[in-house]
Write a protein that binds this ligand. Sequence first.
Ligand code: UT7
Length: 312
Amino acid sequence: MKGLKLLATGRALPSQVLSNEDMSRFVETSDEWIGGRTGIRQRYFCAEGENATTLAIAAAKRAMERSGAAPEEIGCVVVATSSGEYVMPSTASTVHGALGLPEDIPTLDVGAACAGFLYAVEVARGLLLGNGKRCALVIGTEQMSSVLDMTDRTTCVLFGDGAGAAVFALDEEREYVSVQGTRSDPAIRSGCPGITRQVPMTMDGQAVFRFAAAIIPKCVQDLFAKGGKTMDDVDWVVCHQANERILDASIRRLGGKDKFYKNIDRYANTSAASIPIVLDEMNEQGLLKEGQRVVMVGFGGGLTWAGVMLCI
Ligand code: UT7
């Protein structure tokens, strides 16, 4: 089946932590509103000198150190981001240089918003199948604070900055099932960081909520149908962390409450970084064990969605 074994993970957060109380310095809001509607209690924002590139490099170094993989074994670097420091050069090519990886491998950024990390996993697997190398470095990194309008309370309280990285190894024996989809809709939109003041993020929150609450169960059911599995066969469900109420609505539809990991309270919505940050937290706590079946689901701007079911 040529699946992916998860060798190691890493994460990096910026130095500034802002509580919900801190956000009320920028807009009329409260801990009660933000916490009650989303489950968010705090978020990290980049300080001077920190950005999606520096976070990606730090997360990637941790994952590489823990993986035991030699630089020569890395067959591609794929970075998911919608708030990278530059459009060109790609964040992936800068990470590649910072880690001293060999020249004969592809590096690229993937833009699929909050579904980006799982698109990146899919792309990385395809690249490994093509070039015969063993390992892939896959990263989700975001400086969402650079695209936020800090006077718009309907968006600025919801997002945070951070990066997560994973090193995967192609493995003949492991199962791998994936689905992706797109519903073209500008319900979430933001400009490039460099021109952010002209094109800040906008979002039709309720439309995205309805989309997300329907697409997570659909994505999981599609993975189960494709892979011939049910929730009983799964050890963990790792969803993009956008809103605790979206996760709870999905749990009501799918069951498996204790299999869903949540950490949105501490990070807010870190877009493409949220899934690898969850994986790294779970690894740190010893929750992820070799051979477990993990379902991952991402959804967001585009609108895009993606699901991956694999045995780690
Ligand atoms: O990664 C994927 C991207 N995004 C998402 O998944 C987001 C999906 N959507 C959501 O999570 C929710 O729709 C939100 C959290 C964004 C909003 O929650 P809601 O329950 O849908 O609230 P609402 O938009 O219906 O707004 C209710 C009220 C409004 O006031 P009025 O018109 O009832 O007087 C808003 O102006 O809450 C007001 N409001 C706020 N009040 C305090 C909106 N933002 C805030 C705020 N603080 N930050």
